[in-house]
Structure formats: C-alpha cells, structure tokens
Design a protein around this ligand. Structure first.
Ligand code: F1P
Length: 346
C-alpha cells in the first residue's frame, strides 16, 4: 500500500492551517509598522509561484493602499534594477519566498538594499532561513511549511500574510469562514477535480483571470505543468480573444476565475469558448443566475468579509485539478519532473 501523497495531505490541510496562520498573524503586528504612504511604489517579488503570488498582491495593494504597485520576478529585479528602481523614488520591496533560500530572491534583495532604494519586508514559511535574516521586517507563516516540492498550502497561507500586510488588519469571522467554507470547497473541489483530472479527452488547460485573479490563473497554470506535465496557459480574461482563442477545441478545458467587476464581459468570453467546444468551469465569488448559462460546471465561493480574504479559497480546486490529472497519468506529484523545492545557484 503506497503511503498517501504528502502533496495531497498538505492540500487538504489548508482550512486548518489557514486558521493557525490567522491566529499567528493576529499575534504579530509587523504589518502595522508599514506606512505605505511613505513610498512612491511597492514592488512585490518572488520566483515561480511566489512571482505569481506577487502578481495577485500588487493589484490588491494598488487598489487598497492607492500606491503604485508592481510585481517583478526576482531575476528581473536582480539583472535590470534600473528598469524597476530609482534613487529618487522611495520603494517598499515585499520579497516573497516559501523557502527564504532562493538565490535570485536573496541577491535581488541584497542589490535593493545596497542601492538604498527603500525598505524591505520578507514573507516566508521559514523565517529562520537566509533571506529572512537580511530584512528588518519579516512576516513569517511557519505553520504553512510543507514537504511538497510544488507550492500548495505555503502559497495560500503566504497570501494571508500579504493580505494582512496590505489590509493592516484581519477582519473578524475569517477563522469560521476558512473552517466552514474551506471544508465545503475542498469536498466539492475533490469531486470535480477527480472527474476532470481523469477526463483525458481534456488534453490542455486554459486559466483565465483578470485584475488580481490573473496571478491566481498563472499559479494554476504552473501547478498543471509542475504536477501533471499538462499543456497549460494563463491569460487575462479578455486577452484570450486576441489570438489564443484560435487554439480552442473539444480537448480544451477552460477555467474562468470570475470577478464582480468584469462579470458580464467575462461571461461573454466563456460563452464564446463554450460555443467553440471547450469544457468550461467557472469559479466565482459572485452568485449570478447568468453564470450557469454557458458553463459546464461552476464552483461558488463565499465572498466572506472582502474579496482579498476569500482568494485562498480558490486554490484547493486549482491544486487538486493538477494533482488528480497527475495521478491519472501515473505521475507522482510528490516527485515532479526536473523540479527541486528550492533553486539555489552557485
Ligand atoms: C520559488 C520556486 C517555486 C517553484 C518551485 C521552486 O521558491 O521557484 O515557486 O514552484 O517550488 O522554487 P521560493 O523562493 O518561494 O522558496
């Protein structure tokens, strides 16, 4: 009997770890020390999954803190600092790294600090590792550490830390939302992901998301590649019509992460791809009667106190879709091909 996959166990553990993280964040008030108004820009940086988390974070930061916010891969900040940083424009750099050992991210932070461009906050699951030691401000979520090579619960819990940083508070009732809604979503996600994962007629996955959801669409794209070697792509919702839609056929699964702001436009895109033969799944925090008209399945997610805080609830389905596709192809999600948990350079 093969022991259960620790990647699977860690995906299932998210509702419980989210509650632990919320409690941990409530005891650590570093986010209240950050005065966003002191900075002309906020840069979020990371690699792979943590770059995609940065994409999600930067949109929320700009919306909620009304400060110019951007996401940049650590390697680009390291190699092209002057295309992102300027001495006369004070920046806050939020460096996100599950391991706090990724060389590109460490070197990018060192270059940022050497250039005197501003202040740095590190968000990590391992606050005792090198990256956390070179930053005066560290938001740690140690309970979200994981054995899996690909990021699962580490990602969704670091999202909570970033949400606390941006919101500078955690609203009441989140623990109940994550326990109750998280458990419900997990159950519904397992059933749908198992069905889609084993539906090999759906040979390629497309993830669509706009605004903050674009970062989550990219993380879903990456999970599909890392765990199941599936051809996956991610686009802003309406970008898909500007060329990539030409690839849609009956072998295409399209997962749309719907937003309240863009709902009508986004549903039109899902209608178009559905008519072209795609199998369409919608994930939505908005309950609207028109959603079911042009999709094959919809997962509704409770909005909770505010959309920034319900974002982690989208991750279990996106992670389980990749997991079950991997299992159905005879792959081992605990040992993804060509991947290491941390990229450390010489
Ligand atoms: C970054 C990262 C992951 C990727 C893989 C290798 O790690 O590139 O995003 O999925 O696990 O490492 P970290 O800096 O967040 O630890």
């Amino acid at each position: 009997m093969k022991c259960p996959s620790y990647t699977f166990e860690e995906i299932l553990s998210q509702p419980e770890i989210w509650q632990q993280t919320l409690y941990h964040l409530s005891q650590n008030h570093i986010e209240t020390a950050i005065e966003f108004g002191k900075y002309e820009q906020v840069l979020f940086t990371g690699c792979g999954s943590t770059y995609y988390l940065s994409l999600w974070a930067s949109r929320w930061c700009e919306m909620r803190q009304r400060v110019l916010s951007r996401a940049v891969p650590s390697s680009d900040l390291l190699l092209f600092p002057s295309s992102w940083l300027h001495r006369n424009k004070r920046s806050l750099l939020v460096a996100i790294s599950r391991s706090a050992r990724t060389t590109e991210t460490i070197r990018a932070v060192e270059r940022f600090q050497a250039g005197g461009y501003g202040d740095c906050v590190v968000v990590t699951c391992y606050p005792d590792q090198p990256l956390a030691k070179i930053s005066p401000w560290v938001l740690g979520v140690p309970g979200a550490g994981e054995k899996s090579v690909v990021q699962t619960r580490s990602f969704s819990n670091m999202m909570l830390a970033v949400a606390a940083l941006i919101e500078q508070d955690t609203p009441p009732g989140l623990a109940t939302l994550y326990m109750e809604e998280g458990t419900r979503i997990l159950k519904e996600s397992i059933a749908l992901a198992k069905f889609l994962g084993s539906s090999h007629n759906l040979a390629k996955f497309v993830f669509l998301g706009s605004g903050p959801f674009y970062g989550l669409a990219n993380e879903a794209m990456l999970k599909g590649k890392e765990m199941s070697l599936t051809p996956t792509e991610a686009f802003h919702f309406m970008e898909f019509r500007h060329g990539p839609i030409s690839t849609v056929d009956r072998q295409t699964l399209v997962v749309g992460l719907l937003s309240e702001e863009g709902l009508d436009y986004e549903l039109d895109v899902l209608k178009d791809v559905h008519e072209l033969g795609a199998y369409v799944v919608a994930l939505s925090g908005v309950k609207h009667p028109s959603i079911m008209q042009n999709v094959d399945h919809a997962l509704f997610i409770d909005e909770g106190p505010s959309p920034i805080w319900h974002a982690p609830l989208y991750l279990p389905f996106l992670q389980l879709l990749a997991y079950y596709r991997a299992i159905s192809k005879g792959l081992d999600p605990d040992h993804p091909v060509h991947l290491k948990a941390v990229v450390e350079l010489q």
